[in-house]
Ligand binder design. Structure first.
Ligand SMILES: *Cc1c(COP(=O)(O)O)cnc(C)c1O
Length: 341
């Protein structure tokens, strides 16, 4: 059966590098949204806990519930329904309208729009938002923002940082005036953390680097991380393909000579996307994907019983003209996960 192997050694290596840069394990919030970028929510949560990480970031309260025993602090990015709310959850508020839904004593992280213009309130609305939240007797435990281009060499990172610094100053002044505790501040994703000369925020929200990738411009001298996930498939059938015979849907692969081919139990139904016909893809052992990827299988010039389909998705991301995030996130939740110790 096809499966995902998770390398605990590589994950711990990445978490070590990340914690070093963030200046402490307590300053790292691992981003586990979307099934831990396809790696398995529970598997990655339990390993992160074992490493000593205490904070996590998820998209929904449902996901927060699933990992509540692993972390003492969970930021929920995009679910303010407040059902099954727990005191270790910190709910992001993405617009002024959201404030009307906040129940008493809820922990709130206020999202600031520092220039991405996707979510968050504008800097000019900070006072209105804080007063509104206090009126609802919420605990303002965090104020944060998100970068639109920390991974690319442009001025974006700098002016967004400047805007967020302005926001922080404003929040601190208000807290002093209103006699409330200054909240935690956080703005960095993976690339943001590694771009900071000196990291001085309360914590960073680290997703892709945890899993071993940094999709950044090459000019940055970021550390080399190690991919955590490898995808494996099992042989279903082997046959000889005679010279001139074609294989699979559309007969897109044609044998130039007699050859042995095998079918393996992974396909786009599992989230291993169909390949662009202009590019060839080879597995780490050098087997080539022959012809089209089907829903539940693909063919290789191999006879091995088990084949590693990938142990690094950088090349696949290039072939698909996308980012590593999308390749791992595409893998279906139902794929079996095994942890390699
Ligand atoms: C997904 C996400 C992150 C993590 O980003 P990476 O580039 O994977 O480190 C951080 N913050 C927010 C708000 C996100 O949505």
């Amino acid at each position: 059966m096809a499966k995902i192997l998770l390398s605990k050694k590589n994950l711990f290596y990445n978490l070590e590098e990340i914690s070093k840069k963030a200046k402490g394990k307590e300053k790292v919030a691992v981003v586990l949204k979307d099934n831990a970028y396809g790696h398995g929510l529970i598997e990655i949560a339990s390993l992160c806990k074992e490493f000593g990480i205490q904070k996590a970031v998820v998209r929904t309260i449902e996901d927060a519930q699933k990992i509540r025993d692993y972390f003492s602090y969970i930021v929920v990015l995009a679910d303010n329904s407040f059902h099954n709310y727990s005191h270790t959850f910190h709910i992001a508020i993405n617009s002024l309208d959201d404030i009307n839904k906040v129940p008493q004593n809820a922990n709130i992280h206020l999202k600031i729009d520092s220039g991405m213009h996707r979510n968050g309130i504008s800097i000019d609305d900070i006072e209105v938002a804080i007063l509104g939240l206090l009126e609802r007797k919420a605990n303002i435990t965090g104020v944060f923002t998100h970068h639109r281009g920390a991974d690319t060499l442009s001025t974006d990172f700098f002016w967004q940082n400047e805007n967020f610094t302005k926001a922080k100053t404003k929040v601190k002044e208000l807290c002093e005036k209103l006699l409330i505790k200054v909240p935690s501040f956080h703005s960095c994703n993976s690339a943001g953390l590694f771009r900071k000369q000196i990291f001085d925020e309360d914590f960073a929200r680290v997703g892709i680097a945890t899993y071993g990738y940094l999709d950044n411009d090459e000019v940055f001298d970021f550390p080399k991380l190690k991919p955590v996930m490898s995808l494996w498939a099992t042989k279903m059938a082997t046959r000889e393909l005679k010279k001139g015979q074609s294989l699979g849907y559309g007969g897109k692969f044609k044998a130039k000579e007699n050859m042995v081919v095998s079918t393996y139990d992974i396909g786009y139904g599992d989230g291993f996307l169909r390949l662009n016909e202009d590019d060839s893809y080879k597995t780490p052992k050098g087997f080539e994907v022959l012809g089209r990827v089907s829903m539940d299988n693909l063919s290789l010039n191999s006879e091995d019983n088990e084949v590693c389909i990938f142990d690094d998705v950088t090349n696949l991301a290039k072939i698909h003209k996308t980012i590593t995030y999308e390749i791992t996130c595409s893998l279906k939740e139902g794929l079996k996960k095994e942890i390699l110790l």
